[in-house]
Design a protein around this ligand. Structure first.
Ligand SMILES: [Zn+2]
Length: 103
């Protein structure tokens, strides 16, 4: 779901989300379930609420910023949250593999 969503982010916004990663943006995840992620993207004094939800084979993503609300696009905050969750999943599977090797 997250990979497919990231594939639909316009490249300029994707680039700004990557720049955010480099600048130390934070993703404060409040809900992490298979079909739903929700939390806050934080940097400086900014806070944006992002929710990504799976609906069947599709997804719905929301953010509290003007870009997402007014233009209805996948904004850089949604892209950042999706990248952060994807990275979390990669880390989790890496640890799992490592433990299997130890056993
Ligand atoms: Zn946003």
């Amino acid at each position: 779901m997250l990979r497919r969503l990231l594939g639909k982010v316009e490249s300029g916004r994707y680039g700004r989300a990557l720049a955010g990663l480099q600048a130390g943006w934070q993703w404060e995840c409040e809900v992490r379930r298979e079909e739903r992620f929700e939390g806050l993207v934080l940097y400086g004094s900014k806070r944006y609420r992002v929710a990504i939800e799976r609906r069947g084979t599709r997804y719905a993503a929301r953010c509290s910023c003007d870009d997402a609300v007014a233009r209805g696009v996948l904004c850089k905050h949604i892209a950042f949250a999706a990248m952060a969750e994807l990275a979390t999943a990669v880390v989790a599977s890496s640890v799992h593999r490592q433990l299997q090797e130890l056993g």
